[in-house]
Ligand binder design. Structure first.
Ligand code: ADP
Ligand code: MG
Length: 686
């Protein structure tokens, strides 16, 4: 149960004055649904503005407050062009107030032609026009004057204003309880960090790096502590020791010897399986490193010991592919392998369920369907989870809950994430790394090409297909916009179809499963030779005859993702090519990122350098990043503070594993504050 002292913080945001149904939506967009979230939503920056009478008194780039009369509305020439309200100052100088996207609707209403308004924002020049893009304030003349010279600038969502956000923040800060200190006193003193409440109040009032570090450290500490609690709890659990006798593994007839890294990983896994405590291990290995055969060995150990094993894949396509591969590899062993996905219905599904219940199916491969209520195992001993990064810790714990005795779990990820991210995301697990590729892999010839050379690229694809080979064409990634991603893919597909006709198939996330499978099957069979796709092909798809991959707007992808996409080719004996199409306006970091892709194929190196580049780039202001479990700590802070936080958590666990001492109690509060309570729940009184 959450400690009562935190209740005011977890009250819904509606309990703040002035929050009605109307504000609910924009606040949700900012992920501010509770008082706590508002307190943690501190200003992105602070501005000092100067009130001026006319634009003549102001310099370009300056933050100003000025009274203007709106003279004209100019709608954008196209849907994507901005809306501009022209306005004149008392001397007749014209300023364009510019709005992009949906904010134009509100702007039109707030800035009626002929009316006088006071606006605040940054004065800029655009061509020979003075302009202010998205003014921070647009106020009626009768509204209270903007007296404050220095003010916070919060990131907002449509429907919220700076004054409103500031008022909500002030209310949230008033409600902060005094909490006991969970940070080790020595560290607190050494870093000169303020206490928790003081830190939150400070970051809303000024640019206070020390306070921000403290708040980030809190989050990192909570995460590390939770992972270690899960780890400790796991060690106390009684699962079932699985000792194989090698009888099935001995029957495998692999066409290649295992690499050293594979042998080492298998040995590590065998060691874990032989223990009572359920295994929690992550197998990290680059695309093509050969994780599947390691998984097969692990599963065969379970079967040799008389138990069943399940392999969970994140997508239908991958489940099917794993099934085919594993079934073929396992054939000489006589082990029964089945596939179960959400799409299996009726009789075939019934018969698989029966087989799992009576134990005649020893290995099952599937999607989430394999963990539904209706699915009963006779004796599930091992769960292998492919592409672990799509599941969070709490989902992992849920899966581990299946079965009378918790099964062993082996998680596999093809994203060679950097060490710090591994620690942050998978700190509760042991790690095996496949850091050695099977011999004989060809280097993939990687080139960066400007989008203006698209016609040449299409010709090159044409020549490639004409020579009898296959290719992938990956469409731009659009963050959080599946609809737009689909539209872009369909457009590119139509254009390429006009050129290559029946040779092209399209696969995207919103395609009906049956159609998607049909398209994939045609491509895998070599019947269709160009596969146009969104990132759904990112993980796992294996068509060795495909030796060219074109990635459109390569800069829109993360490097780890590009690396994975590129790994779709270079799987056969033919020389492979990767063309990274880039937009014509590319930042310096963008150029460096793509250059790195050209330079190396070492996934672990790409991951480390990508993190470095992004960590540095973050000074520009983006806080959250998809691949960390953190909402508060930036990448840069994570790189600096994660290690000390992890050590600190370990030390605390050594001294007080039940979190019962004074600092332990404070740490429990911290875990709830950062919603890492799955850790506390493993404890007495948690
Ligand atoms: P991952 O899942 O790690 O991306 P896979 O398990 O799909 O990689 O393996 C990639 C390819 O390499 C497969 O065709 C597999 O048969 C082959 N392979 C795996 N291990 C070896 C090895 N030791 N030597 C040669 N080829 C291997
Ligand atoms: Mg794989």
């Amino acid at each position: 149960m959450r400690p009562e002292i935190l209740n005011p913080l977890f009250a819904e945001v509606d309990t703040l004055d002035g929050v009605g149904p109307k504000l609910r939506k924009p606040l949700e967009k900012l992920r501010c649904t509770r008082v706590r979230d508002v307190a943690y939503h501190w200003p992105e920056r602070f501005v000092t503005r100067r009130p001026v009478d006319t634009l003549d008194d102001a310099g370009e780039g300056e933050q100003i407050i000025i009274a203007l009369t709106v003279t004209e509305h100019r709608a954008g020439a196209s849907r994507r062009a901005p809306f501009r309200a022209l306005a004149s100052d008392s001397a007749g100088n014209i300023l364009a107030l510019t709005f992009f996207g949906r904010s134009s609707f509100t702007a039109k209403k707030e800035l009626p032609v002929g009316e006088k308004r006071r606006v605040a924002g940054k004065l800029e020049r655009y061509g020979d026009m003075l302009q202010m893009v998205h003014p921070d304030h647009v106020l009626k003349m009768e509204d209270a004057a903007l007296g404050q010279m220095r003010e916070p600038v919060y990131s907002l969502a449509e429907g919220l204003t700076q004054p409103r956000m500031a008022s909500l923040a002030a209310q949230a800060l008033d409600k902060l309880p005094a909490l006991p200190e969970w940070i080790e006193p020595g560290l607190l003193a050494k870093e000169k960090w303020p206490d928790w409440r003081e830190a939150l109040r400070s970051v809303h009032a000024r640019d206070d790096e020390a306070a921000k570090d403290r708040l980030a450290y809190d989050e990192l500490l909570a995460n590390a502590l939770a992972l270690q609690l899960v780890r400790a709890d796991n060690r106390r659990k009684r699962g079932r020791a699985l000792a194989g006798d090698g009888s099935l593994r001995g029957k495998l007839q692999l066409p290649f010897p295992l690499t050293g890294a594979q042998q080492r990983s298998i040995a590590e896994i065998e060691g874990d399986l032989a223990q009572d405590a359920p295994m929690l291990r992550l197998l990290q290995g680059d695309v093509g490193a050969g994780k599947t055969v390691v998984a097969l060995h692990a599963m065969l150990v379970a079967v040799e010991a008389g138990a069943q094993a399940a392999l969970l894949a994140p997508t239908e396509i991958l489940a099917r592919q794993h099934f085919e591969t594993l079934k073929a590899m396992a054939r000489p062993t006589g082990v029964e392998v089945a596939l179960l996905t959400g799409r299996d219905k009726g009789k075939p599904r019934e018969s698989i369920l029966m087989g799992l219940m009576d134990g005649s199916i020893q290995i099952v491969v599937g999607t989430h369907a394999i963990f539904q209520e209706a699915v009963q195992y006779r004796d599930l001993g091992l769960v292998v989870v492919d592409e672990q990064h799509r599941f969070g810790v709490s989902q992992r714990l849920q899966m581990a809950g299946k079965g009378k005795r918790p099964p062993h779990t082996l998680s596999m990820t093809a994203t060679p994430i950097p060490r710090t991210l591994t620690l942050a995301n998978y700190g509760e697990m042991e790690v095996s790394r496949l850091d050695e590729l099977p011999p004989g892999r060809q280097a993939i010839d990687t080139r960066v090409v400007g989008m203006d050379r698209l016609p040449e690229v299409v010709e090159a694809v044409g020549r490639h297909l004409a020579s009898g080979q296959q290719a992938y064409w990956v469409c731009p990634m659009v963050r959080d916009e599946e609809g737009m991603e689909k539209a872009a893919a369909e457009q590119r597909f139509a254009a390429l179809k006009a050129r290559f006709d029946d040779d092209v198939v399209l696969v995207h996330g919103q395609l009906e499963p049956a159609l998607k499978d049909a398209a994939m099957a045609r491509f895998a069979a070599g019947d269709a030779r160009l596969l146009v796709a969104t990132t759904v092909i990112e993980v796992g798809v294996d068509v060795p005859a495909s030796t060219l991959i074109v990635i459109e707007q390569a800069e829109s992808f993360g490097l780890a993702q590009l690396h994975q996409l590129r790994g779709r080719v270079g799987r056969g004996s033919e020389k492979s090519v990767c063309l990274l199409l880039r937009g014509n306006q590319l930042s310096e970091t963008g150029q460096r990122r793509l250059a790195l892709m050209r330079e190396t194929q070492d996934g672990f190196r790409i991951a480390e350098e990508d993190l470095e580049l992004r960590g540095g780039g973050e000074l520009l202001g983006t806080r959250q990043s998809g691949d960390t479990p953190f909402r508060i700590a930036t990448l840069e802070q994570m790189q600096r503070l994660l290690d000390p936080a992890t050590d600190d958590a370990r030390l605390l666990m050594e001294r007080d594993s039940g979190l019962e001492g004074e600092r332990g109690e404070a740490a429990r509060i911290l875990l709830y504050l950062h919603e890492r309570d799955m850790g506390v729940r493993t404890l007495r009184g948690g």
